[in-house]
Design a binder for this molecule. Sequence first.
Ligand SMILES: *[C@@H]1O[C@H](CO)[C@@H](O)[C@H](O)[C@H]1NC(C)=O
Ligand SMILES: *[C@@H]1O[C@H](CO)[C@@H](O)[C@H](O)[C@H]1NC(C)=O
Ligand SMILES: *[C@@H]1O[C@H](CO)[C@@H](O)[C@H](O)[C@H]1NC(C)=O
Ligand SMILES: *[C@@H]1O[C@H](CO)[C@@H](O)[C@H](O)[C@H]1NC(C)=O
Ligand SMILES: *[C@@H]1O[C@H](CO)[C@@H](O)[C@H](O)[C@H]1NC(C)=O
Ligand SMILES: *[C@@H]1O[C@H](CO)[C@@H](O)[C@H](O)[C@H]1NC(C)=O
Length: 296
Amino acid sequence: MIIKSCLITVLVIGLSYGSENATQKEFTEEENEAAPNFLIFSQRWPMSACRAWQDRKRTLLPCYLSREPNSWKVLSIWTAKTGKFPTIGPLFCNTSWYFNPHEIKSIAKNLSEDWTSVEVNEYKYFFWAFEWLRSGTCVAQVSAALGTQLDYFSRGLTWLRQYSMTNILADAGIIPNNTQQYLLRDIHHAIKQKLGVNPIIECRQEHFENHLYELHICFNLTLDLVDCDDISVNFPGVSRFTVNNDTLFSNCDFQKPVIYPEVVRNKAISKFEIEYALRRNLNIYNLLQWLIWMTL
Ligand SMILES: *[C@@H]1O[C@H](CO)[C@@H](O)[C@H](O)[C@H]1NC(C)=O
Ligand SMILES: *[C@@H]1O[C@H](CO)[C@@H](O)[C@H](O)[C@H]1NC(C)=O
Ligand SMILES: *[C@@H]1O[C@H](CO)[C@@H](O)[C@H](O)[C@H]1NC(C)=O
Ligand SMILES: *[C@@H]1O[C@H](CO)[C@@H](O)[C@H](O)[C@H]1NC(C)=O
Ligand SMILES: *[C@@H]1O[C@H](CO)[C@@H](O)[C@H](O)[C@H]1NC(C)=O
Ligand SMILES: *[C@@H]1O[C@H](CO)[C@@H](O)[C@H](O)[C@H]1NC(C)=O
């Protein structure tokens, strides 16, 4: 809403200032008013998300890692517009449509495993409430099939099962491993071959290495998979590469291999570590989390 008001203000100022190219300005206004025609389904890799969060918060706090941390999780389903001026969004389409935990009660257990944030938040539902307000309220406006909170979150779970990057990559022999180096084009190829569409592949730069971070696939409003090409260049940092006859969209450093980092849990807790934790007034849960972190 704030963004929209700003745009309108800019347009009004622009017009009163005297327009040099009226055709162009009318076109921009028309584009701003156009409804989103694209959905993006984003999956995120927990290990990379953990490092991203720790960097952002300048913390060494351990991340929250679910039962199966070596599997892709849902990040979001969100809207986008293609056309002459492709844009991601809109966002926050109805900020008075609050997230209601009762509506998703029947799938809360699944969400806790498959649609999780690694961030340690006080409020259990924070991540879902945020995703709903930011993206869900906009998706609900353009897709009747995703018109309620239960529809929206269930769809995320269904798509994760149907388009699980954990399985798609594993079927191509691409499995999490902290030392194995993969090629960006092989990751692209694995997805393209299975789904028949171009995804967007995002990395984080970690000590000058590419770490696989987020994978996005795109749908049109009848919920059919489509190439992400039309929206890709509007992802921050994402470029287009052509390899043989494949078109890749990625922000990864194309000159370097890609690491698909693995979470390695250490099951053995020594007496020393327990004593150490007790001395530092860590509770056992924190101790476990801390040990998981220490063994990464
Ligand atoms: C206005 O913009 C359009 C589209 O970019 C262009 O084709 C046209 O020549 C421009 N007209 C003027 C008067 O600059
Ligand atoms: C926003 O959501 C509320 C609660 O569901 C609803 O009553 C209202 O009509 C919605 N507003 C718009 C503009 O869609
Ligand atoms: C929830 O998870 C269980 C066990 O993994 C699975 O059988 C069930 O289909 C899931 N339900 C939904 C709505 O995803
Ligand atoms: C990880 O990759 C390295 C190097 O390719 C290999 O030697 C090692 O066995 C792999 N580890 C696992 C757990 O697969
Ligand atoms: C979505 O894509 C499918 C397959 O390409 C196509 O049949 C369908 O008409 C498209 N729907 C819309 C709304 O563009
Ligand atoms: C790329 O496509 C062209 C035309 O379809 C074909 O002739 C060529 O062999 C392809 N190249 C590769 C490397 O697949």
